[in-house]
Write a new protein. Sequence first.
Length: 297
Amino acid sequence: MATKHLITRDDFRFFHRLRVRWAEVDLQKIVFNAHYLMYFDTAISDYWRVLALPYEAAMQQLGGDLYLKKAGIEFHGSARFDDQIDIGLKCARIGNSSIAFNAAIFRGDELLITGELIYVFADPASQTSKPVPSALRDVLNGYEAGEPLVTIRLGSWRELQTAARALRTAVFLEEQRIPVEMEWDEADETAIHAVAFNRLGMPVATGRLLQHVPGVARIGRMAVVRVLRGTHLGRDTLRTLMQAAAQRGDHEVLLHAQRSAEGFYRRQGFTPRGEPFDEAGIAHIEMLRSLNAVDTD
């Protein structure tokens, strides 16, 4: 008789961590069983972010949507209030119109829950099944194989204007309500622009590189699609621009960081200089870092 495979953390590339809240435990002081499905659903949303897919926009481009067809859970142990648990997800197989995920919940290395989620790709209007698009297969299989899911392109405004303009319009004009006359300037024509594209060809992050003074670069107009923030897209776009600055001989880079993003730039090695100031109605701080240690490979 074949031995059943014992599921471990090594079976998963993707994990979503959360802490059990008081409202999720029952009178036995363990997680109420229905919440485990909620945990899986929370994790699957983060899974799409790791794929660099803004879910709603991606599904519109793919011409369909995913509907949960079947969900199964097997209990091996119980999570308790204030536990930190990790939800693992793996795209296990892709059929003609279905996508199956293996799921598991761990407390440390202890396996608590296993499960399976089966989704069907379907037409949103009729909810009738459709073949899983080859582009979506490519993204899912690529992630599970450890392949890069984002390509960052450097180029001129003429080359990248359409993608960069769409991102900056969504983030700065629509989300942050910066006046349109303050967003577009002549510096775009001379700047080096970076745009990150996912495997569907959708632009998901951007930034630009200027020459402040000889030897000093200036980075600005950093924007990431709202639903994909926190997935290293901003970090990778910033590093790409810093590498470009280092390669052309700059030794320092400065930027005007929104105060809400100051912590992000500190983690990338930037240090504040001077006092906070207002720019386009938003609090900013000037920040700098040396480019000596930037990897230019």
